[in-house]
Ligand binder design. Structure first.
Ligand SMILES: Nc1ncnc2c1ncn2[C@@H]1O[C@H](COP(=O)(O)OP(=O)(O)OP(=O)(O)O)[C@@H](O)[C@H]1O
Length: 607
């Protein structure tokens, strides 16, 4: 049977360790502790004031009623009310409302301020960490998942700091205060009440959740059935070509049948729930009122009318508080999980923590790999590079060719130190790269990737990515050298044309030339071109190739290529197979090798 995708629901348990980690959030609150404390003072004031509310309301309702009348009619009640007393209680209530209103205002404003400042600090730290995280981290975690998880975590913590903590505190105060009051007024009635109302409130909450789950399940199935319609209609040609109409109809019928069953089931439970609320919940309250009224009647009444009404009010308030505790607790639990997760990210080691090299001497561009072996950290069983050795002198062009999966892009990653060789030595100008400052090394390199990602912003912003402080003239020169000036100037807004989702969509060749302009502006000593022209048509390719040739002048360049025509002029061609260099030499040397790998490849591509 069709089943909705099983979304993994995370269960957060409040372990000692997770609470310990979550406590780190207090270090973020520390700079704002004075404000936070003030917020708590207002919270205590408003919570205590709200406790007086049911009391005074009860006193107002029951003020000065003759307690010796067995069954007072309306007229008698009205006559029995002492207006002075009513007025003074009402005034007290008004004062209370004002205190509560003012303190609630300040509580919300202060907690929001503290929360927003704290969240800004956490967001900042999390992003600071993320952007400096080693590549291994991004291999282990999917970017989409990290970002959506972080934003969900932040929202949860935000809600918790802003309202959940205050709300939980208020409800706990209400419950404790109510119980104390109820016990003092009439412990007998209090015990009867405590044995019924909280139990009913908790059953109602559990019942309510169960029903929510059932309707959620029905909703999920409804999403599945909608996707069947969507799939069938979007792919209508396929459905018709394969005459699969009946198959889709059966698939859809099954899913709507399930929805019907689930909805009927949840309807039945909803009916029961309403019956439960009407009979048990209200029944329990009526029972208490009935019991309480008995105590207020007769010559030996044990309960004053005002107290009785206060009692009823407290019972109602307490019931509501108890009902809200499970949800608040669940939110707190989730927030602890979220805080732990965020704090884990913030505690992760960044590239800067891992790579401690400090040398930042001028880099000339002599690159050497000596017996470098490598496997990806998460796939230890697959040896990607196997004792690889080569040298590239300053200004030389080194081409990397070989079948897909041979390890060419991996070399590009190692050159930029996205990963460390598992063994062997990688040197720059004879210096072990581990001794070089990582930032300095990358400042001297540029990559023109196969698939260029442009950032939101203008074309100029995107070129400036190569050198943030470049002048307009420098940007224009770089664009010119990259063969990009013409097409940029053909746009009405020129360099200020917005790109990306909200702006113009550029073609592959145009993007590539912007990436080249970026690299030209950066003016690196070492250049890596990762199949930079592979996805282009002949015209764009010649424009891009021309720009690349210009870019490569006087730099040590690594060219990853599938098409051999682009690398004929390379000083050395490294032919790779399964992480090993199997042949190396110039184009002429390699094609003259009888039965050589390169010679064969060349043969295939020419024909
Ligand atoms: N991030 C990664 N994590 C784990 N394994 C990887 C990763 N990137 C590449 N590999 C594996 O390493 C091997 C070499 O891949 P690499 O991308 O370096 O090959 P390539 O020669 O550049 O291939 P192509 O020409 O298809 O780009 C492949 O087996 C690949 O599956």
């Amino acid at each position: 049977m069709l089943k909705p995708k099983n979304k993994k629901k995370e269960r957060v348990k409040l372990s000692k360790e997770s609470v310990q980690k979550a406590k780190k959030i207090f270090s973020y609150l520390k700079p704002y502790r004075a404000h936070f404390a003030l917020g708590w003072i207002f919270l205590v004031i408003s919570s205590s004031a709200s406790l007086l509310f049911p009391y005074l309301l009860g006193q107002l309702l029951g003020s000065d009623l003759p307690s010796d009348t067995a069954s007072p009619n309306n007229q008698e009640i009205l006559e029995g009310i002492n207006l002075d007393n009513i007025n003074s209680v009402a005034l007290l209530l008004l004062a209370l409302l004002i205190i509560q209103g003012v303190s609630s205002f300040f509580r919300v404003v202060i907690f929001t301020k503290v929360t927003e400042r704290t969240m800004r600090d956490i967001r900042k730290d999390a992003f600071d960490k993320l952007i400096y995280m080693p590549m291994e981290f991004f291999n282990k975690n999917k970017v989409g998942e990290i970002t959506s998880r972080i934003s969900a975590d932040i929202t949860l913590i935000q809600d918790t700091l802003r309202t959940t903590i205050a709300e939980l505190f208020r409800q706990v105060i209400t419950i404790i205060g109510s119980i104390i009051f109820l016990m003092v007024v009439s412990w007998r009635l209090a015990l009867i009440m405590l044995a019924t109302v909280p139990v009913m409130a908790i059953i109602a909450v559990i019942f309510g959740r169960f029903i929510k789950k059932l309707s959620k399940k029905a909703q999920d199935y409804s999403a599945v059935s909608n996707s069947i319609i969507e799939e069938s209609l979007m792919g209508i040609t396929n459905v018709k070509t394969f005459t699969n109409e009946l198959f889709m109809i059966i698939k859809y019928r099954k899913s709507i049948e399930t929805i019907k069953k689930l909805n009927i089931k949840s309807g039945n439970w909803r009916g029961l729930f309403i019956t439960f609320i009407i009979t048990c919940m209200f029944g329990a309250i009526i029972f208490i009122i009935w019991q309480g009224l008995h105590m207020t009647l007769g010559p030996d009444a044990t309960l004053d009318r005002g107290d009785f009404f206060s009692f009823v009010m407290f019972t109602v308030f307490m019931g509501a508080s108890i009902g809200s505790i499970p949800d608040l607790y669940a939110s707190m639990q989730k927030a602890v999980g979220s805080t732990e997760h965020l704090m884990n990210i913030i505690a992760e080691k960044t590239e800067e923590d891992i790579h401690k090299g400090e040398k930042s001497t001028e880099i000339k561009g002599d690159v050497a790999f000596n017996n470098v072996s490598f496997h990806y950290p998460q796939r230890k069983d697959i040896q990607v590079l196997n004792k690889l050795s080569f040298t590239a002198k300053k200004g030389e062009k080194i081409a990397l060719v070989g079948a897909s999966g041979a390890g060419k892009s991996t070399i590009a990653s190692l050159l930029q130190r996205f990963y460390e060789p598992t063994s062997g030595l990688y040197t720059l100008d004879g210096i072990n790269v581990k001794d070089l400052e990582l930032k300095h090394l990358r400042e001297n390199m540029a990559l023109v990737p196969q698939e260029v990602i442009l950032f939101s912003g203008s074309i100029k912003d995107n070129i400036l990515f190569g050198k943030q402080d470049a002048t307009d003239q420098e940007v224009e020169n770089a664009a010119k050298k990259a063969n990009a000036l013409e097409f940029i100037q053909s746009f009405p807004d020129g360099f200020d044309t917005e790109v990306g989702d909200r702006g113009i969509q550029l073609s592959g060749g145009q993007k590539q030339r912007i990436a080249i302009a970026r690299a030209i502006l950066k003016d690196p000593t070492i250049l890596i071109l990762d199949e930079a022209t592979s996805a282009l048509d002949a015209e764009s390719e010649s424009l891009v190739q021309e720009a690349l040739d210009r870019l490569m002048e006087n730099r040590t360049s690594f060219i990853i290529a599938h098409r051999l025509s682009t690398i004929r002029k390379a000083n050395t061609i490294l032919v790779m197979e399964k992480g090993k260099v199997v042949e190396q030499g110039t184009h002429e040397e390699l094609i003259s090798k009888p039965n050589g790998v390169y010679a064969n490849l060349n043969e295939l591509q020419i024909n």
